[in-house]
Design a protein around this ligand. Sequence first.
Ligand code: IMP
Length: 425
Amino acid sequence: MAITSIIGGQWGDEGKGKIVDILSENVDIVARFQGGANAGHTVIIEGNKIVLHQIPSGILHPECKCILGNGMVVDPVGLFEEIRMVEDQGIETANRILLSLTTHIVTPIHKAIDKTSEDATNQKIGTTCKGIGPAYMDKITRKGIRAHDLLDLPSLKQTIDHRLSEAIKNNEVSKSAVNQINADLKQFYECVPAIAELVSDTFQYLHSIIHQGKNVIIEGAQGTLLDIDHGTYPFVTSSSPNNGGITTGLGIPQSHLDRKIGIFKAYTTRVGKGPFPTELFDGDGDKLGKLGHEFGATTGRPRRCGWFDGVAARYSCLVNGFTEIALTKLDILDNFDEIKVCTAYELDGKLIKNFSEVIYKLDQVTPIYESLTGWSNPVENIDHIDNLSNRAGQYIHFLEELVDTPIKLVSSGPERHQIFTREIS
Ligand code: IMP
C-alpha cells in the first residue's frame, strides 16, 4: 500500500499533471484536496494535449477513480464541460468521478464577485477570475453552498437568490453585471442534475480504500508559494496547496502519507502579480518563456520566468516535508550556455538564507547567484542522468544539495516516456 502526495513546490505550473499521470498507472484513486478551476493540469499523450482543471489527472487511466475532495471549491458548469471534453477524447467517466458531499460550490455569483473585486482594487492579485477567493470566503464566513445542496434544487435556488440579493446590496457585484449573472445561473441550474449524481460520501470511501491497502495519489494544484498561510501573501490563492492542506481537504491524517513528492520546475515561473526575486527581464527570461511555452493553462496569460530559486525551494521543502523531488522541464535548459541558481538573497548588506525571514518584503531582496555551465547535448539523449560526469547530472546534484532533498524523477520533455528515474540509496 502507498499513499503518495504530489505537491507544487513553487508558484504553480510545475508540471504536476504529467507526474500524476505517470504515477497513477497502477493506482486506485487520485484525489484532489484544494483549489478548483483555477488549476490547469496539462498532460500530453502521443502529441495529444489534454488540459484538466477540476478532474484529477488520474482520469486518463481507465481503472482509476477520481475524488474531488471537501477542500476544493468546485464549479459545476466547468466540471460538466470538462467531463464532456474528456469523454470526447474517448475516455469513459461513468462511475469514476466522485464529488464529496461537503465540497463547496462555485456559482456564477462568485465568479462575478472575483472579477468585480479585481477590477475595483489598486492592489490587484491577478486572479484567474474563476471565483475561487469569493467561494472560499463564503465557506469561511459560513454561508457557502456545498455539494449536498445540489441534491435539493428548489432549496438551492432559494439560497442562491438570497446570496445574489446580498451581493447586489453590498456592491459585491455591479448592477450592470446582474443580467449576465442571471444568464449564467440558468446554465448553472442546467448542469446541476448531472453534477448532483456525482455527489457521495467520499470520506468513507477513501478511508475504506486506504484500509484495504490500495494505492492512492493525492494531487495538489497551484503551489506552496501560493499557499494562503505559507505563500507570498496577499499574492496567493485562497487555499492550502501544501501537504498540510491534505488533512483538512480530504480528512486524511499526515501519518498516512508514505511518499511526499515535491514538483519543481528546473527554473521558476509565476503567473499573476506578486514578488518574484529571480524574475528575469532580459533575453534569458524571454528564452525560458518561449522554449518552455510558458503560458497559463487556465488563462493563457504569459508566465513570468526566472532562474531556480534555491532559497524559496528549500523553504518549500521544509513546509511540506517532501521525501523526494520530481524535477520537470530540464530539457528547456538544454539551450543555455550558462545557468544560474539563486543560493541566497541579500538585503541591506545582510546575507539571507531563510525565505521566512523576508517573506513579507521579498520585493526588496537581491538574489545571489551561483553560475553553472550548461550542457551542450539534449538532456533526453543522456543515458544516465545521475552520472555526475555530465553537466546536467551536476546541475541536478547541485539543486538537491541546496534544498537537502533527493531528486528522484527528472522530466525531460512533455511526453509520458520522457522521464528519468534516479537510483538514490
Ligand atoms: P486565484 O487562485 O484565481 O484566486 O488567483 C490567485 C493567484 O494564484 C493569482 O496570482 C493566480 O495567477 C495564481 N494561480 C491560481 N491558480 C494557479 C495555477 O494553477 N497556476 C499558477 N498560478 C495560479
